[in-house]
Design a protein around this ligand. Structure first.
Ligand SMILES: [Zn+2]
Ligand SMILES: [Zn+2]
Length: 319
């Protein structure tokens, strides 16, 4: 399924099977998670420099040749020599290349990936259950680490990332407060089922002040809303790659040593940490699966909030 230009549907196409170069693996895609970043790519909010491109950056695949199973995340390549790469911050490498944006991704039957950026997948996870760990889980986990030892954490936008992080946070003894679109009863019920102590609309104040909040919804107005909900010293982490403009707000909301920050991409260390932690929690992912040809339906359903948890593309009829 090929991206040609912003504003267009993905196009079904027969393209040549990719060839693995030195240090790369040829992969048969078994599952690929759908991510909100794909909507930003489709809408042109995050540019794709060299279309046509195959999107999809949460790939679970079989390595052609040795039969092993690997996961491929958003971070597809880094330079290894810049100040960021040399200081444990390869997520900020200015030359980084990203799967499904700069490198063809997993909305296809085959893909090629740099073997240094592939992770082994915990054996306890079926393919489609593992896929959402690779971006929703991983970048969400990086955002969670930026909340320090916050006890009460709010998640604004209760989708693929929040449903994974709720399980991680509760296993860690924290309390989760879930904020959804007003009237999204299904998402609020889902959050409570997963153990959130409170679920409501993002326009509401939680019953207690929060120590931290992570904003997954791409809505800039949630920044002042979340600042108003966190206690002095609290942190608001913006977890998405794109957000609408943040409205101006009174300094009083930031005063009291509150912090606003973003989280960008992931490092391989984040991936290793989450994929070791997930089976111990154990994180269970709620997935809706779609055939490869229906990826546009999955993206439309994500945009409209028509499923809880995560959407996953499963190529091939037999699986
Ligand atoms: Zn993603
Ligand atoms: Zn670099």
């Amino acid at each position: 399924m090929v991206f040609d230009a912003p504003g267009q549907s993905l196009r079904a196409a027969e393209i040549a099977e990719p060839e693995a170069g030195p240090g790369q693996l040829l992969l048969e895609v078994r599952a690929c998670g759908v991510c909100r970043t794909d909507l930003h790519l489709l809408d042109g909010e995050v540019p794709i420099a060299e279309p046509p491109r195959v999107l999809g950056h949460q790939i679970v695949a079989t390595v052609v040749g040795d039969g092993g199973r690997v996961g491929v995340p958003w971070l597809g390549w880094t330079c290894g020599e810049c100040v960021y790469c040399l200081s444990g911050r390869e997520n900020l490498c200015p030359r980084a290349r990203f799967t499904g944006r700069d490198i063809d991704g997993g909305y296809a039957e085959y893909a090629v990936a740099d073997e240094r950026f592939c992770f082994p997948i915990p054996s306890s996870y079926p393919d489609e259950q593992a896929a959402p760990l690779l971006c929703a889980g991983l970048i969400g986990y990086r955002a969670l680490t930026m909340c320090g030892n916050a006890q009460r954490i709010g998640f604004y936008g209760f989708g693929a990332a929040a449903h994974i992080l709720t399980q991680v946070a509760i296993a860690d003894g924290r309390e989760v407060f879930a904020f959804t679109r007003a009237g999204d009863d299904a998402a609020q019920r889902f959050a409570r089922e997963l153990g959130a102590v409170w679920a409501g609309s993002s326009e509401e104040r939680p019953p207690e002040q929060l120590d931290a909040a992570i904003i997954f919804a791409p809505v800039g107005a949630l920044v002042p809303a979340a600042l108003a909900a966190v206690a002095p010293g609290g942190t608001v982490v913006c977890g998405g790659i794109h957000m609408s403009d943040i409205p101006s707000f009174p300094y009083e909301l930031l005063w009291g040593e509150r912090t606003v920050r973003s989280v960008a991409n992931l490092t391989r260390a984040d991936g290793e940490a989450l994929l070791a932690l997930a089976p111990r929690v154990p994180v269970e992912t709620a997935v809706s699966t779609y055939p490869l040809e229906a990826v546009d339906d999955a993206l439309a359903d994500l945009r409209a909030g028509r499923f809880v948890g995560a959407a996953v593309i499963v190529p091939g009829d037999a699986r």
